[in-house]
Design a protein around this ligand. Structure first.
Ligand SMILES: [Zn+2]
Ligand SMILES: [Zn+2]
Ligand SMILES: [Zn+2]
Length: 182
């Protein structure tokens, strides 16, 4: 077995632990996969904007390129079929990351069930009827729900996104987990 010493961690490792690289003498990188991964991770942590910009670009591509969208949807469908439980994990992670959203959402559902609050038939902003969704401006006030039509709800989130981008905190899409069902 061919081995090589990593210039970073100074450990001798099998050549397969090094990424291939055509410009290096032996056709492999001088740092091992693990060190490269650590480096990437650190870089991402130091520059969250870089990653966020990449994500933004991907989201843009996804929105505008219908061919790509079809392909990605198909891929993710296949992945889900091969890895049952992955979706639950994602959902659980999301719940762990945004516990306040879930508490707020659950409170509203309970309040609706026991008729403490009523879902109105019209949008609070424009008076539109149809599908009315609950929007939380502040998750620490779970029963402070704004009832909006889909159009106004979308607009409200766009406003938050722009505002967050301006303040430079976690740019990107803000998702309201409480989409109402009629
Ligand atoms: Zn190494
Ligand atoms: Zn509206
Ligand atoms: Zn919302």
């Amino acid at each position: 077995m061919i081995c090589k010493m990593c210039t970073k961690c100074r450990l001798e490792k099998p050549i397969d632990d090094f990424h291939k690289h055509h410009r290096e003498k032996d056709g492999h990188r001088s740092t091992c996969k693990k060190c490269e991964y650590e480096y990437e991770k650190e870089r991402r942590l130091k520059n969250p904007q870089v990653q966020e910009r990449k994500n933004e670009l991907n989201r843009y591509r996804y929105r505008t390129n219908s061919e790509l969208r079809k392909k990605m949807n198909q891929q993710s469908k296949e992945y889900m079929e091969k890895h049952p439980g992955y979706k639950t994990k994602i959902n659980n992670d999301y719940r762990k990351r945004y516990p306040e959203k879930n508490t707020a959402r659950a409170s509203v559902q309970l309040a609706l069930k026991y008729k403490k609050i009523v879902r109105p038939d019209t949008c609070e902003k424009c008076g539109e009827t149809g599908r009315i969704e609950g929007h939380h401006a502040d998750y620490s006030k779970p029963l402070d729900v704004q009832w909006l039509c889909q159009k106004c709800h979308k607009a409200e989130h766009m406003k938050i996104t722009i505002q967050k981008e301006r303040e430079n905190i976690r740019p990107g899409r803000v998702r309201c987990i409480f989409g109402g069902r009629k």
